[in-house]
Every structure is written in C-alpha cells, then in structure tokens.
Design a protein around this ligand. Structure first.
Ligand code: GLA
Length: 379
C-alpha cells in the first residue's frame, strides 16, 4: 500500500492540477492524556500529538474560487468548488471543515482563492481530532499562500470560530491548540484561560509503559451529540454562581440538582490534570493510572458522555493489567486510552478484543500512541 504523507499529497495535487503545489502543510491528531470537557470551562488540559496527520497541498488561484479534493482509498474525490466571496455556512460533509477555515480567514482579509488537495491518516470520528487536524493544516496552508504570519493562539481561535460558527460544533480550544503547539516526546500542559503552556516531557516507554489507543469505531459527531447540552449546562452553572466559568468554582453545592454532577466533573478533572502534571514532572508515571480511571468514572457517571463500548474498553483493559484507562475527546463514541505495562500489551489487546466480541460489538482498532510533532510546513 502506498504510504500517506507530504510527498504523496503533493503527487496527488500534481496529478489533479497538472502542476506542483506551492507548498504542503500538515497537522497531527491528538490524544488527550487527561483534562476532558475542561477546555470550554477555562480549565486545564494535557494533550499530546499523535503521528497520524492530515496533509494539505495548496496553490493560489486568481479567480477567488476554493477547490477541494481529498484522497480517499488512493482515489481523488473532488468537492463542489466554492466561491470565497459568497461563501456561507451550510456546506455539507468533509468540505465544511476547510470551507469553514477559508470563511473565517476571509474575515481576516485573506481573500485569495486556492486549490487544496487533502490526504491524511487520522481515523475519522474516532475522538482523535481528525477534523481539527484538517482545519489546522488548511489554516496553515491558506495563511502560507497569503504570506501571512500569525500566532498559534490566533490560528487556534480562528479554527475554533470555523468549528463553532461554520461547522456548527460548539467545541473549545483543546484540539486545535494541541495540533498546533504539541512537540515530539512531550505532553502539552495548557491553561486554557491564560493561554499559558508548558511542554512536559512524556516518555512512557522509558518507564516500561505504553499508551494504548482503543478506537471503538463507534463514530461520534460533536454537532449532533449531547456536547452542546453539556456545555450549556456548565455555562448556566457559572451564570447562576456569578463567575466567568466553572473553573472558578470549588464546589457544586447549592446548584440545581441536574447541574451538580457536571460541575463536580469539571472541578475534579481540573484537579486530576494538575496531579498528573506533578506526577510526570517527578517521574512517577505508574501513579497516573488511577487518575485516568477516575477521569473515566467521572465522565461516565457525572458528565455522562461515555457509551457502552468505551466503558467495556476501559474496564477490559484494566482487568487485563492496564494501570488505568479512560475515554478521550468529546465522548459518545470514539477512542479510549489505557496506560499499559509494555509486557502486558498483547494480553490487554486480546482481552479488549474478547470483551468486545462477547458484547457483540465490532472489533476495535488499537495502536500505541507516541507523542509526535505539531503542525507545520512540510514542503
Ligand atoms: C472535543 C472538543 C474539545 C474538547 C473535548 C472534550 O474534542 O473538540 O474542544 O471539549 O471534546 O474535552
């Protein structure tokens, strides 16, 4: 099978357009080690980039059109060309992500058309941030073609605007910041409120451990799932208590019954992020396991964004010897991670496969995630 990457994306571009692209940009997916549903509450997150990426080969056009093509199973699929001047929300399917970015950047004065050819190996709908990697790579490509330099913080905000106002998913800043700012061999400790970042060395292998990703293959959508409802609940809690965000609360007491578990999750999850960072800094990797499991229980029972497949993945991994396991991302499907002693990796995989089969679930996809580089220009 032909491998996916910047060269093959450039070749696909040349095959379609008859000329080489002006450049190729790429952006990774991410695993969030811990800190889930905290980003839009002004809290803490601790993601790392994964080696799987989205590549965007791009060249400018003088007629104001944005053309989009995507490599799917080795063939190039083209979308309807979009006129940048009249572009508006309502674009369907995968084209909505790059179109949304072009729409937001138009408001920043980037009005030139472009040919974009996209390829990638981040599994879709798997909670590994494939859509954000596409948006970030598109943003870098369009900015690069226009010769505009922008800060990662600005690009992250623009990508968030594309997601929120064009695609219609009210997501926070976790995924695009991870894709833009993560570095190889590190997790990114981000205080979403202040924007302050710290690259925390994260080398599980040196501690005889692996971060096993278990992609349940239950596809999730942050447009149609209960994501917006959870977010609205948190905003309501903050409003009722007269604070800017749930980040500012230290107890859920006194809030309406239905909001208490949401707030409890956010308070405890922020604390778990800080504890995890402290453990990483002092090389006490094994002690992170229980924090991951506590995060899963909190997302399952208090925040109620898990699903049976994620619960089975986490519990089967733990029973087979994982030190901890939890769902990652928005939830309602997608992936879980398990912190696994390397010698037990095969046993854990087998146990998860068997548990899925016993429940009649389709087989999950598993791989070890190693912290990789963030987004940038490849060619
Ligand atoms: C999705 C969103 C992020 C974040 C996570 C949950 O991945 O895109 O902004 O809210 O869910 O932590």
């Amino acid at each position: 099978m032909k491998s996916t990457g910047s060269n093959s994306t450039a070749e696909a571009f040349a095959g379609l357009h008859g000329v080489a692209p002006a450049g190729v940009w790429s952006a990774p997916g991410r695993v969030n080690l811990i800190g889930e549903h905290t980003d839009y509450n002004d809290g803490f997150v601790l993601p790392f980039a994964i080696p799987q990426r989205t590549w965007v080969a791009a060249a400018p056009r003088s007629d104001g059109l944005i053309t989009l093509a995507s490599v799917v199973d080795g063939s190039v699929v083209t979308a309807q060309p979009l006129d940048l001047a009249s572009l508006a929300p309502g674009v369907e399917g995968w084209a909505a992500y790059p179109a949304g970015v072009a729409w937001v950047l138009r408001q920043q004065g980037i009005t030139g058309g472009a040919d974009l050819v996209i390829d990638g190996d981040v599994p879709h709908g798997s909670g590994l941030s494939s859509s954000h990697s596409l948006e970030v790579a598109t943003a870098l490509g369009l900015l690069g073609l226009a010769g505009v330099e922008a800060s990662a913080a600005d690009i992250a905000k623009w990508v968030q605007q594309a997601e929120n106002d064009f695609v219609g998913a009210p997501t926070g800043l976790l995924d695009q910041t991870a894709s833009l700012c993560c570095t190889a061999a590190h997790a990114l400790f981000l205080d979403v409120r202040s924007g302050q970042q710290e690259q925390v060395p994260f080398d599980a292998a040196r501690h005889g451990l692996e971060v096993l990703v278990i992609d349940t293959r239950v596809s999730h959508s942050l447009v149609t799932s209960g994501y917006a409802e959870r977010r609205a609940g948190c905003e309501e809690a903050a409003r009722l208590r007269g604070v800017a965000a749930v980040r500012d609360l230290d107890t859920e007491a006194g809030l309406p019954d239905e909001l208490q578990p949401l707030v409890r999750h956010v308070i405890t999850e922020n604390a778990r992020v800080l504890d995890t960072v402290a453990l990483l800094r002092s090389d006490r990797y094994e002690e992170i396991g229980p924090l991951l499991s506590a995060s899963h229980a909190s997302l399952r029972d208090d925040y109620r964004v898990s699903c049976p497949e994620l619960d089975v993945a986490a519990s089967a991994a733990e029973k087979a010897g994982a030190l901890g396991a939890r769902m990652i991302g928005g939830g309602f499907g997608g992936s879980a991670i398990a912190l696994v002693p390397a010698p037990l990796r095969a046993d854990v995989e087998q146990a998860v496969l068997e548990a899925f089969a016993a429940q009649g679930f389709g087989a999950p996809r598993m791989f070890t995630a190693i912290p990789a580089a963030g987004a940038g220009r490849d060619l």
